[in-house]
Structure formats: C-alpha cells, structure tokens
Design a protein around this ligand. Structure first.
Ligand code: SF4
Ligand code: FES
Length: 208
C-alpha cells in the first residue's frame, strides 16, 4: 500500500508509490521504500542524503500561528448559488487557480475569489486542479467538498512542495477542510504547518 511516514526531524519515508515524477518526467527509485528530502538541503533531491542532520532540521512547528480558518466566497453562477471555500494555511501559492480562471481567482482584487465571474464548469475544474486541498466548492445546498482524482502519485513541484494524490499519510491533518486524498507536503523545510506546505517556499523564494 502506498504510504508516507514523516520521520521526526528527518525525511519523508515513502513506500509503494507507483508514480513519482517531476515536471519533466517520471523518476524510477531503485528501492521500494526510500526517504524524500523535506529539509530543503539535500544535494540529491528529491532524495534524502542525510543533510538534515548537519542542517539541524526540526520537524516541529513550535508555537507558529497559522491561518487555519476557511473563508467562503459566494456568488450567483448560471442561476445557482455557488460557494468557494478557501483555507489559507493549506495554499501552496502554486497559482493553478489564477492560471486557469483569473476572472474568478485574482489575488490583486478584493475579494480575491468572485464566483459570479465564472462558469460552473470552469470553477469546478479549478477546484479539481488545486493541488493542495485549499479550495472546496458547494453548489446550492451542497456541503462544501473537494473535487478529487483517482491518480495515485507524488509529484515534485519545481521550487515547491510534493503534490500527493491518494497516498496514505501517517500524520495528523492540520488545516480546517483539508483533503486526506490530495495535499501538498513541505520540501523547503520552512513551513509553519509541517509536514504540510503552507506557501512559505514562495514567500522566501526557495530554490531547488
Ligand atoms: S494551492 Fe490552490 S488555492 Fe492555492 S494558489 Fe494553488 S490552486 Fe490556488
Ligand atoms: S515547500 Fe511549501 S512551505 Fe516548504
């Protein structure tokens, strides 16, 4: 079974992942179980090379304050009430939402999400494409929900987190409204919501 276990002050131990890939293609690890770097310091990324020890990496989050409350944005879309819910701490600032539907998801505007500027199909496709679980949708009386895929994979974003789909994680899920099926894990070592990415890599301009 595909599983990820975050090791205290160390790497992510992964087992049985059928698809490990970067934006340029698949990686074929030579072992069924191995460590993935999460301190941001390995010279052999994405694999752990033990650099976390010299770097003094700590996997705890101390007293860090996180923006953990979902914010809901509602509007009329094609005659129906559509609510998009967004949990800031889960967002990896990967900007799929802006790339796909800038008319609805525009951080330069207030509010930054305006469902009424989009189509139902378009908004659903953005919620499905959001890799972090930060976005959920409700149409009419529906309960807010994610739009998940069946893919089982770990993808490595350039200068960003691991994007995980349908792999068991041996950790508590922080972030109200988090998806246990699709989430992003910190690779830079600087998130305040480890093992999850909280977008800090973007704020500090972390590079692979
Ligand atoms: S993680 Fe989701 S909400 Fe955050 S920028 Fe990416 S697509 Fe948008
Ligand atoms: S990779 Fe996003 S906060 Fe570390």
């Amino acid at each position: 079974m595909a599983k990820i276990t975050p090791k205290e002050d160390g790497p992510l131990i992964v087992q049985g992942i059928p698809n490990l890939r970067t934006n340029v293609g698949a990686i074929e690890p030579d072992k069924p179980a191995y460590g993935l770097c999460r301190c941001g310091q390995s010279k052999n990324k994405p694999f752990c090379d033990g650099s976390h020890v010299a770097a003094g990496f700590k996997s705890g989050n101390g007293d860090a304050e996180i923006r953990n409350t979902p914010i809901s944005y509602s509007g009329n879309v094609e005659g129906q009430q559509v609510t998009v819910s967004y949990t800031p701490v889960l967002c990896g600032h990967i900007a799929e939402c802006q790339r796909l539907q800038l008319s609805v998801f525009d951080p330069s505007k207030k509010p930054w999400i305006k469902p009424e500027n989009g189509s139902l199909e378009g908004i659903k496709s953005v919620v499905a494409a959001c890799p972090s679980g930060a976005l959920r949708i409700a149409v009419g009386d529906e309960v807010e929900h994610h739009v998940d895929s069946d893919d089982v994979s770990v993808s490595i974003s350039k200068n960003g987190p691991y994007v995980v789909k349908n792999v068991e994680l041996a950790a508590e899920f922080n972030g109200l409204g988090a998806s246990e099926k699709e989430f992003i894990l910190c690779r830079c070592g600087q998130s305040k919501n480890k093992p999850f990415c909280d977008g800090t890599h973007h704020d500090v301009n972390w590079q692979d």
